[in-house]
Write a protein of this length. Sequence first.
Lengths: 538, 251, 717
Amino acid sequence: MGSQAPSIEYMGIEALTAVVQERFGKAVTVGQGAMGVVLSLLIEETQTLPGLCRLLFWDCGCGLGGLVVEERPPSWRLSYLFLLPGTGWIEVLVRLPMEAHSVPSISSEVHAADWYEREAEDLFGLQFENHPRLGDFVLHDQIWPEGLKPQRKSVDARQVKFERRPNSEWRPLLVVKDSGAFAMPVGPVYEGGVGESLHFMLETVGEDVLRAVPRLFYNYRAVEKIAEGRSVADALLLAERFAATSSFAHSAGFCHAVEKIWNLGVPRRAKHLRVLLAELERLRHHAGTITGICESTALAVAASQAAIIEEQLLRASCRFTGHRYLFGLNTPGGLRRDFDHDDLEKLKASVDQAARELRVLEERLRFTSSFLDRLEDAGVVNPKQARDLNLLGPVGRASGRCHDLRRECAYNGYEGYAFEVPRESEGDGYARLRVLFQEAYQSVALIHEALATAEPGPICVPVHAQSSGAALGWAEAPIGAALHWVRLDESGLVERYRAITPSFNNWLGFHVAVEDFAFQDFPIILATFGLSATECDR
Amino acid sequence: MSFWFWHGLRNGIRTTRYPATSETALGVSPGRPVTTEFRSTAEVEAAAASCPTGSIIARGTSARVEMRSCIHCQRCRIGTAQPLEWRGDYEWTTIPADREGYELLPSAYRRSAHVMVVDAGDCGACLREVKQLNNPFYNMHRLGIFLTATPRAADVLLVVGPVSENMRVPLLKTYEAMPTPKRVLAVGTCAVTGGVFGRTFMSAGGAASVLPVDLEIPGDPPPPLAILHGLLVATGRKALAPKKAMGERSA
Amino acid sequence: MVFPWIGGALILFFILALCGLGLSTVTRGNNTMRVLLIFSGGCSVLMMYAAGAALATGRSFEATLWSIEGMGPLTLRLDMLSAVFLFTAGLVYLPASLFARNLVVRLLRGHYPARNYGMLHFALMISIALIFVANDAVSFLISWECMSILCYLLVNYEQSRGTDTRAGFIMLAMGEAGFLAVVLAFLIAGRGSADWSFPALAAASGQLSGKAVWGVFLLGFLGFGVKAGLVPVNFWLPRSYTAAPAIFLPVLAGVTLNLGFYGILRLNVDLLPPRSPAIGLVALVIGSITALVGILYATTESDMKTMLAHSSIENAGIIVAAIGASLVFRASGNAVPAAIALIAGLYHMVNHSVYKTLLFQGAGEIEAATGTREMDRLGGLAHLLPGLSVVFLVGCLSISAIPPFNGFLSEWLTLQSLLRSAVLASSGVKILFALCGACLALTAALAVTCFVKVYAMSFLGVRRGTWQPHVRERVSRVRFPMAYLAVACLLLGVLPTYVIPVLNRAAEPLAGANATTALVPPFFTATSANQQLPPAFLQDFHNLGAQTGRKWIAGRGLVLLVRGSERNPVIFAASPSYSLIALVVLLLIAWILVTRSTRKRQLCRKELWAGGIPRLLPEMTYTATGFSNPVRVVFQAIFRPDIVEDTRETVAVHFRTAIRRRRDETHLVDRVFFHPVGDAIGWVARLLAGMHHGRLNAYVAYTVVLFLVILLLYRFS
């Protein structure tokens, strides 16, 4: 069952700087980045962008964080974020004059950047040269006219109303060029039962799915746009509620960014309790994903038992914090409320019971060969593909890619905790299931440690001055690494909010798991990935 | 493989007795704020100001709660000097403001209703709460409520989410594809009033802008028992309380 | 009772056909159409009349033509077996003539001289009729050869269109190889006989040794099997059917295929009754394998013509399997089961001619209306061509053996006759019968899959290709021949109790027993004095209503019965006529109930539910290839596709723009027989080519050596 991530020797920050300067010399200016960013590499000529990103991603072993686009007249500010494991975030900064609307695409070098660039093109209108497919991403071409660019500053979120223009000539991009090939549409109103809205075109010639292209953003509510101009308290509500199953992690990421901007020192007790609550959320989320996997294989008793565990954790969360999904707890500076000793003991008892039941469930599942038959060798993502597509979270860990933000750039006191990051290399559905169980047990261990080390003290620091600035906050959400970039203006209102979610990242890699598998495996592979469409869509 | 059978038996029956009796276990519902009397209007104003969605309405010295837009942020009871009272109930289904009453489904549906759930921009919490209705604790099958995958066999449409613009047409198509008689339930504050998203260029601000809604179940998210209560009202097994004075509605 | 005048009808037929032949050389254009209509139609009616009269009265017709020196007199004889085949040919030629007449218009549009077609058409008709009525080997072989050449000319008729002329050439080459085998068979069979006439050959067959019988059987079976489309030698069939022009294809499929069966029946069953069951087993096994291979390739094929060709192979396999079973029964001394099996085979032959012609005509119409034969590109034709969709559906139902149509009955009878293997002594033979029966059952199931795919993908659903329909439905002229065939399908399916006694007349001399009573007991006409059936049995069936309608319907009854032996007293009964009546009544009752109970309900028509997408596009619906893919995957060991191309084109390294997977399938028969045989011949040829090195001295040496060898042989013989 799983192994601990081997301690790979990653490059240190000095070595990386040396390599960059040696390769690019004057073209890249090394400097200090915004808060949260360890190193900033400013590029003058956009032509060096693809080369530098390739160097960082492939040669230096960095992971891709995402792309943050900001419209800051007189220029665009493009920030490509890379994670240097063990150190922190590195940004490649490009300042593009407002008139110049195009920048070279890096997706041919760093394939994982494909969707980030498509999203930027749809929302901002930026062109990425040599990108193979721009358009029809966030705003579906079949409904919306071209050139809307909703994220531009010139678009007022409160006033504007876009007119639909249904396009009857629209045809899906079909890749399989076989005369008998057809594309089975699945969704957006899909899934027998309760499912999120997403659409697939499963291209096939009858038995195997040859290509599965997801169309997302049916749940697109333009959270990043409507957060602009809101106060931090109101934007925090948005950060909490755009993806509720990981709400604590996202609100923690947002709060980290704001705390950096306002220079707030979070008290120790708050840090420990934040760890406790984040791991509680992770445990509950993984119980839910395991329920989904058992349901997809129609192992009804196991699904019910896993659902019992999830419901018990939800009730425990509600007893403990007053809300089943841990809404309303994070605030910049700490937590909004404190918990007394009895509450913590009761929570510990509930978590222990859930852990016991999970162990029993895992043991039983290991001996159900019909269940394992459906999962083993289904939806295989090999380590090379996982690295190529920068898969995050449990999905990445099942394919050997072990970037865990709690380890690689520890935040919130995680550096003081002892825990293992599970790792598998088969990359099939069973590996993902094993990773989920292992992570759940690690979360239980972390909860115990947090409870043991949480000493009495203040739970929140008061906020005096609401200064302006920009910072990057992050958290390891249950699905993977989540990044929050916040820029506040002088009156303390949000000027730019960028949420880079792990589901967005992992959906890009979903199609390699589904291709060349039979139709019947499709819902199972979907369940083993455990991704959230609404977290991706924001 | 037979160990699953014994495993399930050994874990016993967890199902709640609701609606026969009220469910009193802790954690089944976050509860909701209710009308609270304060000592002075200043306190009432302060209490009303703590709500980010304006669900608390000051009426003299009492703070009335408009449950339809409550997002369960708990800012009216945590971290405020004038906390509101919260009641730990879960039966808060209401009829929309522009309706007079709720037209019951025919009696054939009392014990057999098929429910179609459409995710129209939901954050995920309401959807998961609906999903919990199938777990052994709530087990809506025992009440004759089933989930269908196709609207052609559905009687009740549950809409979750503020209806993002990309889901407007699929939602409408789903509604059109359902045969009559059909009822629409807006589940969650987002579906009722738009929640934190409101009415923007990408969000319709609630299902009522798109479909004729028959019942509303506010909450962010409403706990499974609240949704179950709403479904029981829809099928006619539970009655709605008559409309009270403006400001507070309870079932 | 009108004097049947069989002989006169035949003579008139030949005269009319020759007149038609002559007239088509001089007419052109519209007149050709009239000539075809009148003369060809008249010829087919005469064929049917002559054969029908012969079958009805049981009289045969004989005539002697001139004699040839050293080969004996050329005689003609229309006996019962020939009459069955001639009737079928006439039955099919009538709508084929009408169909051809209409298609001549299209031929003219394509600038092909229609009169050539007319000449070939009549010549072929004459040669086919001569094959059926030939009573001696010489005339038989001469007309067979004429038929082969004419078929080749007709298959390659539209040559300038760039169609594959190799297909016709392969057909001719295989036909000649088969002909050679048949000639050898006749030579061996005729060793001890006085002259070449069939009665003499039959009389002399008793003196042939066992090995000679085997030799005649194998040569004759495989030789005629070329025309019949049996497995080792049928690789010409799909190719030529695909290449044949639509105007000729119905005749090719409906009539010329039967010539192979006629040859097998005449040579191997009539003239040379087998003595050991092993001969029949060979036929049975080859038939079953042919059926399975045929239907497998039909199910996975998406070109309609090729698919129908493979389906013809399948049906040929079923017929030959029935004939083989009959041979086994006869050789083991069970004459009645032999007759039943033979009747099943003949019935299936008649049915197959009818519905295959119908389907091929339908395929031709579809190609004319849409310009494509690819089922992956069709769809939605039911709205455009409603009349065609109805008759095509009848054809599909018939070939899938769905009651009340005719395919059901003949397949049922075939499988029933295989079940009669209980009377056989040897358990090895019984096991083989069981295996072949299972094989045929699998074939029937696959046939349903195949034709569900054909009908659904062509007519139902959404139009998948980019063609525009450019033919409007013209009900009367084009649909009449197909409606005629559809009605024939229904009648042959609903009135088996009238068809079987007729077929029995042909089967009886070949099997040695009268199976009419075994299959169609005289329920209507049986009286208590009639000892053929025990009275208790009659009473039971009377209580079941088997004698309903007895006063109004002539004949023996409307129930088919297959009884087991004393050791195995089971009864399988079927009555398509009663079933049809019951079906109609039930549907009527259901319709009444439904309309009355839903009168108050509201019926709304809404658009198709597709998961909420804005519009269901044709790319999103199932294609024929996708539908049949599971069959391809399950039987992969047989198909063994070679992956010719499996490329994934990408742009910018990672973005996939195209996935191309082309798999080439070599037909099983090609892989196992054709290619190895061809390679062997090539090897031998290469060896022999070593002789041709161009040196004159060597050639002179060869001549001298050969001369010496001949002298030595002459010296020592």
